[in-house]
Design a protein around this ligand. Sequence first.
Ligand code: RIB
Length: 329
Amino acid sequence: MKKPKILIVGSLGMDFTFSTNVFPNEGETIIGKSFKTAPGGKGANQAVQVARLGADTTMVGKLGKDANGEELLKTIDAAGIHREKLLFDEEAPTQVADIILEEAEGKDTRNRILIIQGANMTIKPEEIAFLKEDIRNYDMVILQLEIPMEINEIVAAYAYDAGVPVMLNSAPSAPLSDELLSHLTYISPNEHEARDITGVEIRYDGDEVNMDDVRKACEVLREKGVKNALITLGGSGAAILNDDGFFHYPCVKGLNVVDPTAAGDSFVGAFCTAVCLGLGMEEVLCFANHVAALTVCGFGAMPSLPTLDRVVALMKEKGVSVPDLSALE
Ligand code: RIB
């Protein structure tokens, strides 16, 4: 088994997180509890997660030439990500995110995120044209929806033509063209994004999602041309429908949820890493759920993304069998 080579094309940003006991209502000013900044952006979070798990990671995206961009570069370098192909905008700022974290007594911690995309949205087709050939060098490509849709469409088409599997983490929600869908190997919306794409409302039975609804949404995603329809379900884990059947893995319980930010990103990064290792789908889902579980135990997006040794330790603690991960070491 060889070390997976994964390319992430996507967003980088700086997160400004305000924590509070309660989300403010319209027209209301409330006094919060604390404020922190941390590097984030869905693409960069996924790249850092893949790298922290031990895969050979390359990131393509765009930063502004500002202090936030510099901070992000430091984090990217510390994770050992290849960033020679990163782009810089002379004028547009690095993406920023305003994250409100509600830490209400007796309730799960929740977040609300607002982003201003800045340089992420100034990537031009000619700036990523080199990927037409270069994309063959990777085992998998991961995309999200915080850069221009046109760029995602071009990269997905390059990967498809080169026979390289593509994962689209379809977040934040946006309409997807039939052509883009036809080029994807994997799609991974959360339950809200899945409803926007499929029209299937995923209901709750008490605290758990209704699995019939999840399966129905996966079926519609498959009808739209994506072979592997994966839906992340927050506290209900994740489920996937593919040619081999329907698989669900529940959320890893018994951990202290500090901040759910980037849980989906860590799941996607871990899922793709495990798929590249050739693990079976049950093992892939189990591994990715443990990675996401550790992410929600820490504050902030990138600071909370776990390393491989922490994931293995949690899996052993929870009594689940650890697959052969030696290619990542
Ligand atoms: O998925 C979490 C990320 O979404 C945050 O880091 C924020 O930057 C937004 O892009």
